[in-house]
Design a protein around this ligand. Structure first.
Ligand SMILES: C[S@@+](CC[C@H](N)C(=O)[O-])C[C@H]1O[C@@H](n2cnc3c(N)ncnc32)[C@H](O)[C@@H]1O
Length: 301
């Protein structure tokens, strides 16, 4: 219901035929602003197209506009201290375990990991950005161990307390996952040719379209072959479902974040647009494997 595909494709076709899509950018310094500007233009055009399509389409568009939010989640607020942030990602980790999210994500990533491992002599190097507690990194490491697949996994986040907790958990479990502080926007400190796959899970909505484009372009710049973004599928069902499941953790701010997040999930077409502007080509795909959307971008030259 909140994917708004018909009006979205009409709007995008118009913008493409008018030469406005994909917008050109010169140098990484321009990318963020170009993508954010284009996304506002696209949403304006989608509203226009939905109005032309009739009340059935227009009403859903108005509903989407009402739901859409730019609020920052508590877990990203500068006023929330690092320990509280780490506690919130631990709550998310428990929620992911309860809803079997890691199992689902591992299954979704398996074909790409198998393909990458065929292309390499050594282990496939995975860099997860915004990894929070590192739950997915641990699940991937366990999956690789069971399948005899060679993975070298680095989990990273901007919150040092979450990184430290992840490092301690890796040591306690005896799992070879490295944890480090990395800002997903600039990948500062990440060596070129140190990752084959750059992965972002359940965090796409924490970033603006321009910031997501920076991450995709950044993955290409460090020499990764692929970028994968996994997140909740923009839908009415998750708008209700995410906060309800989050509330089981008994942390009011975390429940609030669940609602904010579901309001911010990207539609599949928005993810498609961001990837096309970031790469300047159509070397990506967006698919829905309920309740997730998965964006896979080939970032190889
Ligand atoms: C919703 S949590 C997702 C955590 C984890 N991927 C998961 O699925 O449990 C969002 C994460 O994004 C991290 N984050 C926010 N801004 C970031 C940035 N600029 N660079 C790296 N991580 C960031 C937060 O610290 C938080 O851990």
């Amino acid at each position: 219901m909140l994917q708004l595909r018909t009006a979205g494709y009409i709007a995008l076709d118009r913008l493409r035929s008018q030469g406005e899509f994909p917008p050109k950018w010169n140098g990484i310094g321009e990318l963020e602003a170009v993508v954010d500007r284009f996304m506002s233009r696209f949403l304006e055009k989608r509203l226009e197209a939905s109005r032309e399509l009739g009340p059935g389409f227009h009403l859903y568009e108005l509903l989407d506009l009402m739901i859409r939010s730019r609020d920052t989640e508590h877990m990203d607020e500068p006023s929330t201290d690092g320990e509280q942030k780490a506690a919130m990602v631990r709550a998310l980790d428990r929620m992911n375990g309860l809803t079997m999210v890691y199992h689902h994500q591992t299954r979704l990533l398996e074909p790409l990991l198998a393909e990458l491992s065929q292309q390499r002599d050594g282990p496939v190097r995975v860099l997860e950005l915004a990894s929070g507690s590192g739950g997915l990194a641990f699940a991937l490491a366990e999956h690789a161990r069971k399948r005899g697949m060679r993975l070298e996994i680095t989990a990273s986040d901007i919150v040092p307390e979450s990184v430290e907790a992840g490092r301690a958990a890796a040591a306690e479990r005896g799992v070879a996952v490295e944890f480090r502080v990395v800002n997903a926007f600039d990948l500062e400190g990440v060596d070129r040719n140190s990752a084959d796959l750059v992965l972002v899970s359940q965090s796409l909505h924490h970033f603006t379209p321009g910031q997501l484009a920076l991450m995709i372009a950044g993955a290409g710049n460090i020499g990764a072959s692929a970028f994968v973004g996994l997140d909740g599928h923009r839908s009415m069902l998750l708008l209700a479902g995410v906060p309800i499941v989050a509330s089981l953790q008994g942390i009011a701010e975390f429940t609030g974040d669940g609602f904010t997040s579901a309001r911010k999930f990207y539609s599949d077409l928005e993810l498609d647009i961001i990837a096309e502007i970031a790469t300047g080509r159509r070397s990506h795909q967006v698919e829905c494997s309920w309740p997730m959307s998965m964006l896979t971008v080939s970032t190889a030259p």
